[in-house]
Design a protein around this ligand. Structure first.
Ligand code: BGC
Length: 944
């Protein structure tokens, strides 16, 4: 990813973009604008979606300044031929006078199961001033001579999945007990189950589509060929609430004559890692099960359906002897069953599967990207730590698995044990994995080089202890495969400070390590749970690096499904662990993430969909816990503040910790405030007024209780106690400066420029310091390399982010080295405040650019791929001037705050501002000149 391929592709693209810009300035004819990068439900050519009103979006090619769309036409046809002829039998939008090019709702004939939809877009664009403001539908604008009509875009595609329950003719199959070699106990060992079915196709196949749910994980084969490159499929959910199917076009995999379907089922979260253990806490679903439906259309119009039922055969006596996400996978190659997934295999000793109950959840299409092997890493070293024990060093803490090459005797056993760090004596450190065994075992079949990696587990590790390897292993025998959701890296950020760059890199590795169809807390120990609180403000920062819209939209569904009838929301969702502790800071993530999706991606639908459940939760919390307008219930406090002694996990010092009720009430206020915004967006004036009125009362009670009006301190004067009310706009205006000064004094004098908050304070700290005028102090905190700081982690050799500030000395009971919650708002601050890239309101249709340039930082470069295209901001100090390059994507505009008060000191492309026709000077704000810029690239020079 960041290290290798994609990183370069990203930069290559940036280089190509700038080359083509150059070409234009050299006077070469520019290609006319056109719609490109067409996406449906934010996916490229998705198969089997179940949104009945899909949302369509496209970007616009072309680099001319001020380029924007004034009208569009969408054609959706049921066949490629029809589309080519310009027929829109499913939808012909006609020419729509609108600048909208993202989140465009399909408005054609109602879509049905299995519809194939071929689509293309034509746009009308302009660069002229007159058309620059919002276009009125129906007005004559957009048809004048300054308007260019594009040719049709490249065609794109989506298909509908099975929308009705009645579409499913398949039966759930499985087997409801273990086998003699299995163990259904705390440390479960359950072998994979192999299913097979042969069928014959009478004539040439015109189209074949398979719909599959294989719980917990599946691998699908047709005629020996693996279908798709997804791993650990399908997306994890609470299977009693919903189960997700995947759809594949398997036309080319099926042939006339006999065919064989093969499916391997692994356990995943369905057959839980710790069954029969703490049943009140750990949710169990049952034994693995399969639902599969293959639909074939023949050239002569005939149709055939192959479904899972009790005519299939299965065995659990294959090579995968055990697969447990915490404990590892065991593979015995001597048990391989050559040809099991092809035709003609003798399965006479295989068993008949049972028809089993459905898991209970509603069946729906998987809407988020599948998990894949996204990158690969070559290990940096291998050493023989003690006779027969080798330590492999990946050079990077990562999540995924190791692919191993080995040659030896039949029956030789190699074990691979994974860990994040080493002990002083060079042995693997495993205490912080708690009871997770994290051990893969491979038994050789012998007879040549064997290559293997597990398929139904993943590990979080940097080091691997290898035992039993025949001969002398070298680094070339191993490859680290990095496994996470197939989402693009859309942000790139770099400064002139290498330490800050390394912190950023560690953060990226931490984020991607923990994307597994849900956002996990950590990938290594016996936990790996989607804790809500870890993602509260952090999800916003993550969205600058990764295209995580679908992942988080899916997670909101998981959270809603975990809501209890009384309105309670969990701390972990899907609720694999049963924690409903009722607090504001963990479940509140439900509301914060919906806000992030709207701001970063323009996704209003998630707000519409979840609004009622959010409101229900806030009502529940109010009725149960609000007393005298204060939220009296909290659970986690300012989780993980730097403690008073190095081995502690949680501080016991009342002066370091922040009052839980203060935190809860401040968050309650913040969430009410966001809800009033949502209510306004959804046009619910009564709700809007109610939320506002409630928020006003909460604010008053909060200040009466916690603000010392004499000293202007909140409660015990921790940074978090003062910061939350300040950043949430709860402080009476006359007291704001004083409250801010307490924060600054505390950081500068007591903390000597260091962070003293835990997860909660860190969510607003960098932005808070910047907003109130001290970006330099934020930068000081961000660039520290002594304890406690992100830089301290780097200095201790971390390649990801730790769970605890004192992660090198703390008690191993809770000491992951690959957590991201302590990042707080750091990544947001990098992009939004240092680079100055922020969404104006929804999904970057308007862009807000106001970089803060700390005196001691020389340079920042960032690019961010918004739904409309790439925004770039790169600034650099050079002698007595500041250079700032900006790129704004087509069909957007930006409010740009120049760090100067004097117009005559600013040049763009060598000219004074008023001489550049594409620039509008709007205002002067906070001692900055504010410009309104249309799309395009601009080069500012600002004399200091
Ligand atoms: C998890 C955290 C989580 C916390 C809350 C920890 O064990 O790893 O990330 O938020 O518990 O209790």
């Amino acid at each position: 990813m960041l290290t290798t391929n994609k990183y370069y592709i990203f930069f290559l693209t940036a280089v190509l973009v700038s080359l083509s810009l150059h070409a234009h300035s050299e006077g070469l004819p520019a290609a006319p604008p056109q719609a490109k990068a067409l996406r449906c439900e934010r996916l490229t050519d998705p198969m089997g979606i179940d949104a009945r009103i899909p949302r369509l979006g496209w970007q616009i090619s072309g680099e001319e300044r001020g380029l924007r769309q004034v009208a569009y036409q969408v054609l959706v046809a049921s066949s490629p031929g029809g589309l080519a002829k310009g027929e829109g039998d499913l939808w012909n939008s006609g020419k729509v006078f609108s600048g909208q090019s993202q989140q465009v709702n399909y408005k054609g004939v109602p879509l049905k199961s299995r519809n194939n939809c071929y689509w293309k877009v034509k746009i009308w664009t302009t660069t002229s001033e007159e058309s620059r403001d919002i276009v009125n539908p129906g007005s004559k604008k957009g048809s004048g001579s300054d308007v260019t009509e594009s040719s049709w875009s490249q065609p794109a595609f989506w298909s509908m999945g099975l929308l009705e329950r009645a579409d499913w003719k398949a039966h759930w199959i499985g087997y409801e007990k273990g086998f003699p070699w299995d163990s259904v106990s705390k440390f479960s060992r359950l072998s994979a189950r192999y299913f097979r079915k042969e069928f014959s196709s009478a004539s040439p196949v015109k189209k074949a589509t398979v719909y599959i749910i294989g719980l917990g994980h599946y691998e699908l084969y047709i005629n020996g060929r693996m279908i798709g490159d997804q791993v650990l499929a399908e997306a994890p959910t609470d299977y009693t609430q919903s189960v997700k199917y995947n759809t594949f076009d398997v036309t080319t995999a099926c042939s006339q004559g006999m065919n064989a379907l093969g499916v391997v089922l692994g356990n995943g979260r369905y057959f839980t890692m710790r069954p029969k253990y703490k049943p009140k806490k750990i949710k169990e679903f049952g034994f693995p099960r399969l639902l599969l439906q293959l639909e074939i259309e023949y050239a002569d119009g005939a149709r055939q359906r192959i479904v899972s039922d009790d005519t299939w055969k299965f065995t659990a006596d294959g090579p995968i002897r055990s697969n447990n996400e915490y404990d590892g996978e065991e593979y015995d190659a001597t048990k391989e069953m050559g040809g099991w997934n092809t035709t003609g295999f003798n399965d006479s000793r295989w068993l008949k599967p049972e028809l089993v109950l459905s898991p209970g959840g509603r069946i729906g299409a998987q809407r988020n990207e599948p998990i894949k092997v996204m990158d690969s890493i070559r290990p940096v070293a291998i050493t023989e730590q003690s006779p027969g024990t080798w330590i492999l060093d990946m050079g990077q803490n990562m999540a995924g698995w190791v692919r191993m090459k080995v040659r030896g005797e039949r029956g030789d056993k190699v074990t691979l044990r994974f860990g994040e760090t080493l002990q002083k004596d060079g042995t693997l450190y495993t205490a912080n994995l708690r009871d997770a065994k994290v051990t893969d075992m491979y038994t050789l079949k012998g007879g040549g080089v064997e290559s293997w990696h597990p398929v139904f587990v993943f590990h979080g590790f940097r080091y691997v202890a290898i035992n039993g390897y025949p001969g002398k292993p070298s680094v070339d025998d191993f490859e680290g495969q990095v496994v996470y959701d197939d989402i693009a890296t859309i942000g790139e950020f770099r400064t002139s400070n290498p330490l800050v760059n390394q912190i950023y890199r560690n953060a990226c590795w931490g984020i991607l390590s923990n994307y597994k169809g849900i956002p996990l807390d950590c990938p290594q120990r016996n936990e790996r749970m989607p804790w809500l609180g870890d993602r509260a403000a952090g999800s916003y920062g993550e969205s600058y690096v990764f295209d995580n819209e679908n992942l988080y939209a899916k997670w909101l569904d998981d959270i809603e499904e975990a809501q209890k009838p009384d309105g309670a929301l969990p701390d972990v969702a899907p609720a694999y662990w049963n924690y409903y502790s009722d607090n504001m800071t963990w479940p509140g993530t439900y509301i914060l993430v919906a806000g992030m999706l709207y701001r970063q991606f323009g996704d209003k639908r998630s707000i519409e969909k979840h609004y009622a459940s959010m409101k229900k939760w806030l009502d529940y919390m109010r009725q149960k816990y609000v007393r005298n307008d204060l939220m009296t219930k909290d659970k986690y406090g300012d989780w993980c503040v730097p403690p008073e002694s190095p081995e502690l996990i949680h501080s016991r010092d009342s002066m370091r910790n922040t009052n839980g009720q203060l935190i809860a009430t401040a968050y309650y206020y913040r969430l009410l405030f966001i809800m009033q915004y949502f209510a306004r967006l959804l046009n619910r004036p009564q709700d809007h007024d109610n939320f506002l009125a409630l928020a006003a009362r909460v604010k008053e009670a909060f200040n009466a209780k916690y603000l010392d009006s004499r000293t202007c301190r909140y409660d015990n004067n921790t940074v978090t106690a003062n910061l939350l009310p300040l950043y949430f706009n709860m402080v009476p205006i006359r007291n704001e400066d004083a409250v801010f000064n307490h924060i600054v004094d505390k950081i500068e004098q007591e903390d000597k420029g260091h962070i003293s908050t835990g997860v909660i304070g860190a969510q607003w700290l960098m932005e808070g310091l910047t907003k109130y005028g001290r970006p330099d102090l934020a930068y000081r905190i961000a660039s520290n390399s002594d304890y406690p700081s992100w830089g301290y982690m780097v200095r201790q050799g971390a390649t990801t982010i730790w769970e605890l500030w004192n992660g090198n000395t703390a008690n191993p009971a809770m000491n992951s080295h690959n957590h991201i919650m302590l990042l707080g708002d750091l990544i947001t601050w990098f992009y939004k405040d240092l680079a100055g890239i922020a969404s104006g309101e929804e999904g970057y249709k308007t862009i807000y650019m106001e970089p803060f340039m700390p005196d001691s930082l020389g340079e920042v470069q960032a690019t961010y791929r918004t739904p409309y295209g790439i925004v770039k901001s790169a600034w650099k100090r050079e002698d007595t001037q500041l250079l700032w390059d900006i790129t704004i994507p087509a069909n957007t505009s930006a409010m740009v705050h120049l760090p100067s008060q004097e117009e005559e000191k600013v040049l763009e492309g060598g000219k004074g501002l008023r001489r550049v026709k594409d620039i509008r000077i709007v205002d002067m704000e906070n001692h900055r000149i504010v410009l309104n810029l249309g799309a395009g690239t601009y080069h500012f020079k600002i004399r200091q």
